[in-house]
Ligand binder design. Sequence first.
Ligand SMILES: C[S@@+](CC[C@H](N)C(=O)[O-])C[C@H]1O[C@@H](n2cnc3c(N)ncnc32)[C@H](O)[C@@H]1O
Length: 286
Amino acid sequence: MGSSLLFHGDGKRAKSFFTRALKLDENCLSAHWLLGEYHSTQDEKEMALVHYRRCLEIAPDRQGPAFMIAALGEDASPDRAPDDYVSEFFDWYADHFESHLTENLKYIGPQEVAKALRTVRPDGVGHLIDLGCGTGLAGVALAGLASRLTGVDLSGAMLERAKATGAYANLVQLDLVSALQAQADGVAEAAVAVDVLVYVGVVESVFAELKPVLAIDGVLIATFEEGDHIEDWDLSAAGRYRHTEDYLRKTAANAGLEVISISRTSLREEYEVPVPSLIATFQKRG
Ligand SMILES: C[S@@+](CC[C@H](N)C(=O)[O-])C[C@H]1O[C@@H](n2cnc3c(N)ncnc32)[C@H](O)[C@@H]1O
């Protein structure tokens, strides 16, 4: 009940459920975790830290609490969100994901990426890899533009929903880098990364592993949240990475990907405020 209320913006009532849960079991991991999230959304950093630190004590093997403590600025940011944090978070989020994102947060990433692909490939492409495919929103938006879709994601629950869309010929449960390493050279005419590189700070390894997988002239269309007054990238208190346009240009050039376009836009809201985002199209040259 509490997590559902929190997702749908009723933090106050959500908090009362978490507090009641802690009265029944003071070591209730999910209540501490969600109270951490609640206080973080209220800008109550010290209270958020209390709960995330309790999570660390209760479940020292989980990487999520340390990641959120780093996101709150108490530790150095890791290069990317830990795999177990991503898979556990999205396994738990999967039921709410589509309604929360599209209705509450007015998310339009998949449609905008489809539009960007149509601009550079009006006749569509053959094999396309959807990196961090989630529940398959992008697969559905891209279905008429690619003759074969492969989806990659760490979360089994998100992949189950992607499978149910019927849009994907193949679904792979791995992290982005391992999934790309498992692909044959030149196998994809396009790749998309829609709202997934917000869980990766240092994107070098993703670009480097994608390059051989793309056919000559293959394209990558990726979305990012844009950081202001930061160097290259940073991790926000919400546990999402932000990047600068300069960093993306530099990283693409080092990986041998040409920048076709990078445009400023907003793909979703946070607290009813549009989140500054970038949508970038890269192309592999021969
Ligand atoms: C915000 S959702 C976006 C899903 C989908 N692309 C969309 O636009 O609806 C991010 C997805 O990326 C996946 N993800 C995050 N980091 C990942 C990683 N390193 N490797 C594979 N999947 C990852 C998550 O499990 C989640 O399903």
